[in-house]
Design a protein around this ligand. Structure first.
Ligand code: GLN
Length: 260
């Protein structure tokens, strides 16, 4: 009898600590670690996040820094593969994912998104003189282009869905956008579908590449937060709103993206 009681006590304790572990709202700010705001990103996405020496800088890093400062928290940045960010956020390893991340219905099943802080465009990079001159050329019947994308991004999701399923293209996945662009310059693939601002940076850094005038898709960038972490979601949204109202958000964007 005693043994049974002791066993059930252990079971209750185990269950309680499991709830404790699985919960991401650990303190009044709803963050994983007291006093910190831990951000996951993939520092391969200029001008939103990239390395300057050993520092991670860019629009997202500065927005997150400004949010952390409004919440009285110290920002800590964790660099990881883009397709690991949602798992890190939903698993409670980090507090937020800030990575030029597009809001999609699929992702909303696993994470919360803040209000949007920027617009993203899926652009197409080709070599000068390419037979691909518009988005429609990519999906024309009888074509079979090799399309480079960064794994797990919306460019990957759209192209895998649109071109591959329609049988008019093959999608080649790369860990970094820069690797996809390198494959394009060496003629391994015919185009790269990637977000427009990084596209501009990659084209600047490589000769003989152009961005098509027609865009593939227009999207909203937002910060992802663990599902059901309404405390932190509200705090992030309130901070974002203040940054918008103060003009600080635009100031950060303008610092990295010069008007064309
Ligand atoms: N906006 C794209 C997405 O969310 C790509 C983001 C990225 O590569 N950092 O999928």
């Amino acid at each position: 009898m005693k043994k049974l009681l002791a066993l059930s006590m252990v079971a209750v304790m185990a269950a309680t600590s499991m709830i404790g572990c699985g919960k991401t709202e650990k303190n009044a700010n709803g963050t994983v670690k007291e006093g910190k705001l831990i951000m996951a990103t993939n520092a391969e996405f200029p001008p939103y996040e990239f390395r300057d020496g050993d520092k991670i800088v860019g629009i997202d890093a500065e927005i997150a820094e400004a949010i952390a400062s409004k919440l009285g928290l110290t920002l800590q940045i964790e660099d990881m593969a883009f397709d690991s960010i949602i798992t890190a956020v939903s698993g409670g390893k980090v507090d937020i994912g800030v990575a030029g991340m597009t809001v999609t219905k699929e992702r909303l099943k696993n994470v919360n998104f803040s209000d949007s802080y920027a617009t993203g465009i899926q652009a197409i990079i080709v070599k000068e003189g390419s037979d691909i001159t518009t988005v429609d050329d990519l999906f024309a019947e009888g074509t079979n282009h090799k399309i480079g994308v960064q794994t797990g991004t919306t460019g990957d999701i759209y192209c895998s869905g649109d071109a591959e399923d329609a049988g008019c293209g093959t999608v080649e996945k790369y860990n970094k956008g820069a690797d996809a662009v390198l494959a394009l310059t060496t003629g391994k693939i015919d185009c790269v579908v990637i977000d427009k601002q990084p596209a501009i940076e990659f084209v600047k850094a490589n000769e003989g590449l152009v961005i098509l005038d027609t865009e593939y898709a227009i999207e909203d960038y937002a910060i992802c937060i663990a599902k059901n972490n309404d405390v932190l979601t509200k705090k992030v949204n309130d901070a974002l709103k203040e940054l918008k109202d103060e003009g600080k958000l635009q100031e950060i964007i303008d610092k990295y993206i010069k008007a064309e």
